[in-house]
Design a protein around this ligand. Structure first.
Ligand code: NDP
Length: 405
């Protein structure tokens, strides 16, 4: 039995809260805290209706460490699940250290004024977490998160060494809006407009951003949903996986984008609406991307009419007993089924379920350790079992399809 505190009442926070409430034998007390109390209260009421359980809610600005420490100390959780925004990661880690609580998140730190993310800022907390005897697990959504666990599982159970990894993320759903992002629009657009990088033979190779006519893309034949155009994209799990997977020669990340999405984004970028610096309009400083976020549909509300599926998984090629082998491990998640279960679309669902499972692993002591960890550094087997149990069943097949050389 344990206590969990969830920070951030957005699309992902909603799923984490619902899924924790579904496991009363492990999470006997749940608090959802966010900067907007009414969002927490709405989720609390839905959880009461669906599960009969009461959760606590609180208003907190996670950028204010002392307020957050007071709240953590008052509630006394075993673990804090940070599903606010990447901007808050370091502040929430500071608060956990001060209050003496374990920490997990789903996205690595990003400074608000530079569209750049990397693990160095959070890896720098290694010694402090070790000294306090606490555990921080970084990136416990689907990708990063399950994508890392798939690698660890393959490394432990399927290969002697893995040489090539391609992580392929497909959203073949339709939300019915002309343009919307599936998670926080500001974070999403900052991520997908960056220069692309993949890793090969010990070095990072740059390719043009997805909006560039020279971007790298190909049609991958996904299970269930068929062939979809998939674009090379830099994604944060590549940074930790190149450190932790033995024998790696190349790792890439691919994501599907529709022509419609790319066209809207191209126009928004060309007219300056994705800028992250402030512009003075009529005596008021406005950051265009923040204003754009205010205009776009809230990802947490997209679920209502969302149809179709996400298919996310890894193709991994390597050696087993001297022979080359290619394995594809993937999950298929349905938007409308997710909505029926927890009132959220599949992108929030596939992020929130692994975060709940990670909290479960740490709270029950199945994942133990002192310091800062990425998901692939922990035993994948109990996590893989829990995915099947808690709504994200996975499949493993021998892969004989085509990938770009
Ligand atoms: P949302 O914008 O829907 O939710 C974020 C929530 O955090 C909002 O409720 C927001 O409050 C709250 N928040 C923001 N700043 C603060 C603050 N200073 N103090 C307290 N609360 C705050 O985002 P999502 O739910 O879509 O995404 C949540 C996280 O999950 C993001 O970090 C995202 O990058 C990550 N993610 C990870 C994925 C993965 O597979 N690993 C995939 C998808 C998302 P308010 O309601 O007032 O805006």
């Amino acid at each position: 039995m344990g206590k969990v505190m969830i920070i951030g009442a957005g699309g992902v926070g909603r799923v984490v809260a619902h899924k924790c409430a579904q496991v009363p034998e492990s999470f006997n007390e749940i608090m959802l805290a966010s900067r907007n109390l009414s969002k927490c209260e709405k989720i609390k009421a839905e959880i009461k209706e669906r599960t009969g359980r009461d959760i606590e809610v609180a208003k907190v600005d996670a950028d204010n460490v002392s307020d957050l420490v007071s709240l953590i100390k008052r509630f006394g959780p075993d673990i804090v699940v940070n599903v606010a925004l990447p901007y808050q990661d370091l502040k929430i880690m500071d608060a956990c250290l001060e209050a003496g609580v374990n920490y997990i998140d789903t996205a690595n730190y990003e400074p608000p004024d530079v569209a750049h993310f990397e693990y160095s800022w959070q890896w720098a907390y290694q010694e402090r977490f070790k000294q306090k005897g606490l555990m921080a697990v970084l990136g416990s959504g689907f990708d990063p998160g399950v994508s890392n666990v798939f690698c660890a599982y393959a490394q432990k159970n399927l290969f002697d060494e893995i040489n090539y990894i391609d992580i392929l993320d497909c959203n073949a759903g339709n939300h019915g809006h002309p343009f919307a992002t599936n998670f926080n629009p500001e974070i999403n657009i900052r991520e997908v407009t960056q220069v692309v990088k993949y890793w090969e033979n010990g070095r990072w190779v740059e390719t043009p951003p997805i909006l560039d006519p020279k971007s790298v893309h190909f049609g991958f034949d996904y299970p269930v949903v068929g062939t979809k155009e998939s674009y090379l994209l830099y994604h944060e799990e590549l940074e930790s996986l190149v450190r932790n997977i033995k024998g790696l020669k190349r790792i890439r990340f691919w994501m599907t984008f529709s022509e419609n999405y790319l066209t809207h984004l191209r126009v928004l970028q060309n007219i300056g609406m994705t800028r992250i610096d402030s512009v003075n309009y009529d005596g008021v400083d406005v950051v265009p991307i923040k204003f754009l976020k205010a205009l776009l549909p809230d990802p947490a509300t997209l679920g209502t009419n969302y149809t179709g599926k996400t298919v996310i998984g890894n193709v991994m090629t390597g050696l087993k007993d001297g022979k080359t082998r290619s394995v594809y491990i993937y999950n298929v998640c349905d938007h409308s089924e997710s909505f029926r279960e927890v009132g959220a679309q599949a992108v929030s669902y596939t992020t929130g379920v692994p975060a709940m499972i990670c909290a479960l692993m740490v709270m029950k002591g199945i994942w133990k350790g002192k310091g800062v960890f990425n998901m692939e550094q922990l035993d994948p087997d109990p996590f893989m079992e829990a995915l099947n149990k808690h709504g994200l069943p996975w499949k493993q097949v021998e892969f004989s399809g085509e990938l770009p050389k």
